[in-house]
Design a binder for this molecule. Sequence first.
Ligand code: NAP
Length: 287
Amino acid sequence: MISRINSETRLYVLIGDPVEHSFSPLMHNAAFQFRGINSVYLTLQVKSDGLGDAIKGIKSMGILGLNVTIPHKVSIMKYLDKIDSNAKNIGAVNTVINKDGGLIGYNTDGAGALAALKRGNGDPAGKKVVLLGAGGAARAISFSIAPFASRLVVLNRTRSKATSLVKAIKKRLNINIAGEELTINTLSRELADTELLINTTSVGMFPKIEETLVDRHLIKPNMVVFDIIYNPPETRLLREATASGAKALNGINMLVNQGALSFKLWIGLKPPIDVMLRAINRELRGG
Ligand code: NAP
């Protein structure tokens, strides 16, 4: 790919802070190479107080597309010329297209999670879903699955964030949904009749890989347990789900699908999902 860089090579970037551990360059550069697109994807560390200047630079230098990560997913919205309705509902943007000098914001996290669930035989359609967490990823996923689930229960350590997420969804969708504090009692009550459990918190993520929010005795063999963490690929929650006979899905397919949706928005071509997945799996296996 490097040998093809020339004066016509176009640039796509991830902005955030930190960005050095991101897998996005691996999957997008693999996709550009596979599709024969003369573009490169780089990470740019942008501090919070430099976001406005970075956006001006992106416009003036004609960078064609961005991914946006922590801490800019919300704060970037005020700099954009247009925001699609899904990203507006979620209240965060993770993908931007620079079209004719105007920046348009999207959020592909929720659709990426839904695609990963369907691909892993964990379709939420008609199921009661318990979702742990009410942060950025939880908001995106809730808005995507709420229209299909028979009931959605959001449990979060900080109760007010769960209730405000539920309020935001109820304003737009007439669905069976509730939000409560995440406690041993609420978890045990809600998991008793749940078919799909989704962890969107960072509990269990590297380096604190032995942490889990869910007692293994609460996991039933008929459950699908989706942990959106991808590092490690098998969290303690997923290890215990498998040991309990439940179906375990990790965050790698969500990562790849949200990236594939960004690729589609930027390039307008079918993303090579398997190529992108292979690039990430190679890295997770140690290169
Ligand atoms: P975020 O906005 O900071 O939200 C973090 C969530 O985790 C909050 O609900 C927080 O609860 C909860 N939490 C953190 N520590 C906790 C603890 N000790 N006990 C209970 N709850 C705790 O982060 P995010 O952007 O949503 O990301 C969350 C996770 O998803 C990260 O691990 C990230 O890597 C992963 N992720 C994966 C993908 C993918 O493509 N697979 C995409 C996006 C994110 P409070 O509200 O009480 O603080």
